[in-house]
Design a protein around this ligand. Structure first.
Ligand code: NAD
Length: 250
């Protein structure tokens, strides 16, 4: 087991990428704080982990609110005694162009998708530092953080921010033995904010199949395990190679 006796917080853990990541880290021995705004989803994932012999507890938290984040980290500490790993996975997309998105939409997307990795990272890092054993943080970005889109205006801006936030966090937390990295998915399972997975959704990548949540879970496991101990401040593309393709050229 790669994560025996460690405590991992996974945000947006109620389905898709967060769910598979929680379940894989649990199979590797970590106790999982399953954090989600949707209580039923979080409870189900935590129950699945426990039924499979793992350790998990669900925590309802709106990662777009600082008070919720601070309470959640304190509750995780009270429940499991420490924090070793944080996966900042929760995000929402606006799917709107710049003339349609309201300021309220923009602020909410930025709060959940960009500000929360900062605030959750800061609160969790304080616990990692006081625990004396360092830790690992993985921020989930997106290929939308590297490219413009005709919609998802707030989401693309937030995901670009996550990439550079990861570098600053990595620099500032390295002296505390906390490694911070990012993963960069593209079209994994169902689209962000949706339940349904359409296997016929066209994907243009080098692997020839759509990504599945477990592809991301494996990448996160690598980045929080000792096998990646020399990897820090990087963004690992888990996109089937799609970003290597130049649009319109073959
Ligand atoms: N699915 C993709 O194709 C894809 C592609 C690129 C990047 N990503 C990124 O991967 C991550 C996970 O994506 P997904 O598709 O699995 O997401 P999803 O929408 O399927 O699940 C997100 C989970 O987060 C929860 N959530 C939403 N708002 C929350 C809040 N304010 N507080 C707490 N929890 C909240 C939801 O209840 C849900 O369970 C996100 O960061 C997303 O941007 C996904």
């Amino acid at each position: 087991m790669k994560l025996k006796d460690q405590v991992a917080i996974v945000t947006g853990a109620g389905r898709n990428i967060g769910e598979d990541t929680s379940k894989l880290l649990a199979r590797e021995g970590a106790a999982i704080a399953v954090v989600d705004l949707d209580k039923a989803r979080g409870d189900k994932v935590a129950a699945d982990i426990v039924a499979a012999g793992g350790k998990a507890k669900a925590f309802v938290c709106d990662v777009g609110k600082e008070a919720d984040i601070l309470k959640c980290v304190a509750d995780v500490k009270a429940a499991f005694g420490r924090v070793d790993i944080l996966v900042n996975n929760a995000a929402v997309s606006d799917n709107k162009n710049m003339f349609d998105i309201t300021l309220e939409d923009w602020n909410r997307v930025l709060a959940i998708t960009l500000t929360s990795p900062f605030l959750f990272g800061r609160a969790a890092a304080k616990e990692m530092i006081s625990g004396g054993k360092g830790g690992k943080i993985v921020n989930v970005s997106s290929t939308s953080g590297y490219y413009g889109r005709d919609r998802a205006t707030g989401y693309t801006a937030a995901k670009g921010g996550v990439v550079n936030l990861t570098k600053s966090m990595a620099i500032q937390l390295a002296p505390h033995n906390i490694r911070v990295n990012a993963v960069v998915p593209n079209k994994i399972g169902s689209p962000v904010g949706k339940d349904e997975f359409d296997p016929t959704r066209p994907v243009l990548n080098l692997v020839g199949r759509p990504g599945v949540p477990n592809d991301l879970a494996n990448a996160v496991l690598f980045l929080v395990s000792d096998e990646s101990s020399f990897i820090v401040a990087t963004a690992l593309f888990v996109d089937g190679g799609c970003t290597a393709l130049m649009p319109g050229n073959s």
